[in-house]
Design a protein. Structure first.
Length: 640
């Protein structure tokens, strides 16, 4: 066997990111060694091949095999008393910990490696540069962005000094990509795009077009464009990444699954939920085929599918499909939440948490995310104190891992604010929202969709306090940002118009409210179509605004449209139709149309019978109202 040629073939596959094929080749090399009688030179080559095999397993998410071969290589390095190779084993241990989300343990491994290297190597050597890169990545994941940039720049300066080798060119591409991710987290999108474009150029020069580094650069550019609301550009970047991954790996790889997931995220941002779901399900199939059902990647994708089905109001389909896709998950938690089946929703999220705890340490961002999901269910159940306690658990994990000034910490403050708002503790809610806003303004600047969300939430709290002037101010700030980034036809823009209209109605400024609601309606129809519950709510609000201006015919027209949508989506006997019917009945009665009033109350009675039962208080009250209207109608006929 020609080990030199086989090793070159293996290395080429490795640098292109084709780790599964590289694993097969490296295993062939390792089988060729006579392990018992290796000299020092052979032992070092054997170590290098074992470590590269371990790295391939790590990058393929097979952590058990990665650690197995890293242990073997480490023992060889110790036997050889080769401190450089001992340090490189520590690097792989750190990589596994990092990919498992155990950032502090990863940092310990990387710093131990760097300490060994500095004792025996030139402080401007390639191995030192790699350590700086690895430490910089951990600082980035912890939200310590200035530290991250400092280490990454040191790494770049060192590795640039020896740029002739393919490996070092690839390392420079990796460093630029990581610098781009740091700038993205800071909201410095122009700097971020420049760094990723530099990465793309370096990778193309080093190993050509079809390599994982080029794919990663396109992928990262797609993420940035998505955050900036440039969805067409984002899709183009992710499609470029996907097509190259398909050429390198074929359909069935985790890298391809990642691209499908990221394309789904962009479609979700655009409000194209059906397209997003198609992408998520492609991702899910690959993940289950490669890794089985019981892992955090499948849990994450299932959660994404559940969110889409709830946004599409497609509850029963979500239930069926979640059972088909993963029997270990009896349901999609968020779907049950929207159906009001909160105990089952809680069961789903606790199952996710249980899986994560098998794989991850307690102080991990995925664990923190699961705590947030569980806390949200507690909030929906009205268990506000429990919700606050669990959200605070999540917050403490994130503060320890990420520090005070991270986007995820801002989200946790936002979640706490939501619970305080539900408790009508508006001062505490505002305090939490202001913390969120302060963090995000420092990171992102004013013109960002996250900032719009925080302005929106603060506006809603001011409305609840009846501080309508401040509410309008905040909501208009949110609207301006959303219009600048998203344009008129986006569901978030519709939401802003709806919230502004709600405040205007509270101020009895009905003419302005109607204008806002009409803009809301246009945006909704452009994004989700006519047959959607959000559209029904807008028609209902229009009906109330018209009625308040004594424009009864316009009010009835809007309310009829609302009731038709509700009937089609919820069925004729759903309790949510009652508010629409009540206002319609009031208008018909004021118009003196007793027959129409009677018909509406008869329909309300039928709903109460089907939902509350014949002997309920609501049924008795409805019958009494019908009797009263019938008597009034008879009196009117007698007078005539």
């Amino acid at each position: 066997m020609d080990l030199v040629a086989l090793r070159k073939e293996s290395d080429d596959l490795y640098y292109c990111g084709n780790f599964l094929k590289a694993i097969n080749k490296y295993q062939q090399i390792i089988q060729a060694y006579q392990n018992d009688d290796l000299n020092d030179s052979q032992g070092k080559k054997y170590y290098d091949d074992l470590l590269r095999l371990s790295d391939c397993f790590c990058k393929s998410y097979n952590y058990q095999q990665a650690l197995k071969y890293c242990d073997i290589s480490h023992s060889i390095a110790v036997k050889l008393n080769d401190k450089v190779r001992i340090s490189r084993s520590n690097d792989i241990y750190g990589d596994v910990k990092r990919m498992q989300g155990r950032y502090q343990q990863a940092m310990d491994c990387y710093q131990q490696s760097l300490k060994i290297k500095l004792e025996i190597l030139d402080d401007q050597g390639i191995d030192i540069g790699i350590s700086y890169y690895q430490i910089g990545r951990i600082y980035s994941l912890q939200g310590k962005y200035n530290n991250a940039l400092s280490y990454l720049q040191q790494s770049l300066d060192i590795i640039r000094q020896n740029i002739t080798e393919v490996a070092n060119k690839s390392n420079i591409g990796k460093i630029y990509n990581e610098i781009g991710l740091v700038y993205c987290s800071q909201g410095k999108y122009k700097d971020c795009i420049f760094a990723h474009e530099q990465s793309l150029m370096v990778y193309r020069d080093a190993v050509g077009e079809n390599c994982l580094g080029v794919c990663d650069s396109f992928n990262n550019l797609g993420l940035v464009y998505d955050l900036g609301g440039k969805y067409d550009e984002a899709i183009d970047m992710h499609q470029n990444s996907l097509s190259k991954k398909l050429n390198i790996f074929g359909e069935n790889s985790m890298a391809v699954a990642e691209s499908y997931y990221n394309i789904g995220i962009v479609y979700r941002s655009e409000g194209k939920y059906k397209d997003a779901k198609i992408m998520f399900k492609k991702c899910l199939k690959i993940q289950i085929d490669l890794m089985g059902e019981d892992n955090i990647y499948v849990a994450k994708t299932l959660d994404g599918i559940g969110q889409l089905d709830t946004r599409m109001d497609n509850y029963e389909q979500a239930l069926e499909e979640s059972i088909d896709v993963a029997n270990s998950y009896n349901n999609i938690g968020l779907t049950y939440t929207f159906q009001g089946k909160l105990s089952k929703a809680l069961e789903m999220h606790q199952k996710c948490l249980q899986i994560q705890r098998k794989i991850l340490s307690e102080k991990n961002m995925d664990i923190a995310s699961s705590y947030n999901n569980i806390a949200s269910i507690c909030e929906s159940q009205g268990r506000y104190d429990d919700a606050i306690g669990i959200h605070q658990k999540s917050l403490l994990i994130q503060l320890e891992i990420l520090g005070e000034k991270h986007a995820n910490v801002a989200i946790s403050y936002n979640n706490l604010a939501s619970v305080y708002s539900s408790q009508k503790k508006y001062l505490q809610a505002l305090g939490m929202y202001q913390k969120s806003l302060s963090i995000e303004l420092a990171r992102l600047g004013e013109n960002n969709l996250r900032i719009a969300t925080y302005y929106n939430n603060i506006g809603i709290v001011y409305k609840a306090q009846k501080n309508y002037g401040e509410a309008i101010l905040m909501l208009q700030k949110a609207l301006k940002i959303r219009l600048d980034i998203l344009g008129e036809n986006h569901i978030d823009v519709a939401d802003s118009y709806a919230n502004i209209a709600s405040v205007l109605i509270s101020q009895e400024n009905y003419e302005e409210a109607v204008l806002a609601l009409m803009k809301c309606l246009a945006a909704q129809k452009a994004t989700v179509g006519e047959m959607h519950l959000d559209v029904a709510r807008t028609y209902n609000n229009l009906g109330y605004a018209y009625y308040s201006q004594e424009l009864c015919n316009k009010a009835l027209n809007s309310l009829l449209k609302c009731s038709e949508i509700q009937k089609n989506l919820l069925g004729e006997n759903h309790i949510d139709i009652m508010n629409t019917f009540k206002l319609m009945a009031t208008i018909y009665k004021e118009q003196g149309n007793f027959q129409a009033t009677l018909d509406i109350h008869q329909r309300m009675l039928k709903i109460y019978v089907n939902t509350k039962g014949h002997d309920s208080e609501e049924v008795a009250e409805a019958r009494e109202i019908i009797k009263k209207i019938s008597n009034e109608q008879k009196k009117k006929c007698t007078v005539m």
